[in-house]
Design a protein around this ligand. Structure first.
Ligand code: ZN
Length: 330
């Protein structure tokens, strides 16, 4: 419910320390100026709106008790800011177009007033205990950590009820010095998170009761999984892509070579004549799907060149080159 903080001093155009006489003078002047009856039809609606604001501001500021309450809670708010006070006995009112007062007023001074509660409307006015806010944080995992699952210890700051003032934001007649009137403070928390096996990117893990703290309990913490880029694997949907490095002779003759998968090393048959870029599929070695099946891993053949060939090897490569030249293959 978007209740906005209203600056009653601003509405009446007076200073925060205005005395009773100044309030009355300002009110009379403005009430005369904006009285709906004194405006032509096309300006009536705007005037009426302004007139109501002026009356509301006056009602609060001229009443010692209301003004005190407003001043105590209001000093940390800006006009138009979302107003979420923290007070015992607070009522949220359903939006009553006939009340003549703003939602902000209703929220601050207690629900409904006699006269507005016809036809069983009271039923709709109920106190909504404020539950702590749900908080979202990101948790970065390697592909292997996400795939295998396990426990991970994390540290994060979560907003909590201020320990000094208990969330009221007020200490005695002043703002709480610890939370500066917000009623909230950031506290570091260390949590051990259970990562389920086969966790995928952008999955949200919910930690019940680890979110922001409020008078009536904590919200939940949602950890959004971010899978870090991997040196060897590229994630493509359910599939994984990686490179398979082979020697030139393995490419020509074909070979059985080892390839790394998330489940460990497997043997792969490279067919004779495999060209660079050829894709070999390892069925079911990709990422787990919700239905229990798995994606595939695609190996892309890369032909590695011997880095420091010895004398004998160089002689053989030269011989190979000569044969190729003699056959007319450049
Ligand atoms: Zn405090």
């Amino acid at each position: 419910m978007g209740v906005r903080f209203q600056d009653y001093y601003e509405v009446l155009g007076i200073a925060k320390n205005a005395n009773e006489k100044e309030i009355k003078t300002a009110y009379r002047k403005l009430a005369r100026k904006f009285h709906p009856d004194l405006h032509p039809a096309d300006e009536k609606e705007a005037a009426e709106k302004k007139f109501k604001q002026i009356n509301e501001a006056y009602e609060v500021l001229i009443d010692q008790e209301k003004r005190q309450k407003y001043d105590n809670l209001g000093e940390s708010y800006q006009a138009g800011e979302e107003f979420r006070p923290n007070m015992e006995g607070m009522y949220y009112s359903a939006n009553d177009a006939n009340s003549g007062f703003s939602d902000f007023f209703d929220l601050l001074f207690g629900g409904f007033r006699p006269g507005n509660s016809a036809s069983g409307r009271e039923q709709r006015f109920h106190r909504t205990p404020r539950r702590g806010q749900d908080v979202e944080a990101e948790l970065a995992l390697t592909l292997e950590e996400a795939y295998r699952g396990g426990e991970k210890t994390i540290q994060l700051n979560v907003s909590d009820l201020c320990a000094r003032c208990g969330g009221s934001g007020i200490s005695g007649r002043h703002f709480c010095p610890v939370c500066a009137g917000s009623g909230q403070m950031q506290t570091p928390r260390t949590l051990t998170v259970k990562i389920p096996p086969a966790t995928r990117d952008s999955t949200k893990i919910r930690l019940r009761g680890q979110g922001g703290g409020e008078e009536s309990g904590r919200g939940d913490l949602y950890l959004k999984i971010h899978i870090l880029p991997h040196a060897n694997y590229k994630v493509a949907g359910d599939d994984l892509e990686s490179e398979l490095m082979i020697a030139p002779w393995q490419a020509v003759l074909g070979a059985k070579v080892n390839a790394t998968t998330l489940d460990g090393t497997v043997q792969v048959t490279v067919p004779a004549g495999a060209r660079a870029g050829k894709k070999l599929r390892l069925r079911g070695k990709g990422l787990p799907r919700k239905d229990g099946s798995r994606g595939d891993q695609y190996l892309s053949v890369v032909i590695d060149i011997p880095r420091q060939p010895g004398v004998e090897e160089l002689a053989l490569w030269r011989k190979l080159a000569d044969i190729q030249t003699a056959r007319g293959v450049s």
